[in-house]
Design a protein around this ligand. Structure first.
Ligand code: AMP
Length: 141
């Protein structure tokens, strides 16, 4: 039986499918369900090329992510203390939070990519590599 299940959510329309599957499993296992969204630092996208202070933009992105995660979490009946938004690289943050929270199953979405997209990798692949707990890749339709 799993005790703590984490659903990693990218806040796109596929998030609902990932939460729904994680929530079903949490029900069966009577496990605690944790939702995590990782906000990527704006600096990553611009590589520090733009000489401007990105703090305010980052704060807006964090707040917007927090609001969206809260809405999703409440829709699925998840407690506020289990709705987490962190900043960093998704794979690394998912691993870190899993260890910190004693998660025994991480649930992520997977698009079943092939060809060049598979070679470029996906978040699901990244989470699987180096995970210290079980990982479930939910096929996104
Ligand atoms: P991707 O391979 O980036 O299309 O993402 C596939 C799955 O990885 C999503 O359905 C989520 O489960 C997870 N994921 C992607 N980005 C994030 C993120 N920023 N925070 C948390 N989970 C994420």
């Amino acid at each position: 039986m799993y005790k703590t299940i984490l659903a990693a959510i990218d806040l796109t329309e596929e998030a609902d499918q990932v939460i729904t599957r994680a929530s079903e499993l949490a029900g069966i296992h009577q496990a605690e369900l944790v939702l995590l969204h990782v906000v990527e630092p704006v600096g990553y996208a611009y590589g520090g090329d733009i000489p401007m202070d990105l703090t305010e933009l980052q704060e807006q992105l964090d707040k917007s992510a927090r609001d969206q995660l809260t809405d999703l979490g409440h829709k699925h009946g998840i407690e506020d203390r289990n709705l987490l938004v962190t900043v960093g690289r998704p794979e690394a943050e998912i691993h870190r939070v899993c260890e910190e929270r004693g998660v025994d199953l991480a649930v992520v979405g997977s698009h079943g990519r092939h060809g060049i997209q598979l070679l470029l990798g996906s978040t699901a692949n990244g989470v699987l590599h180096g995970a210290k707990c079980d990982v479930l890749a939910v096929r996104i339709n």
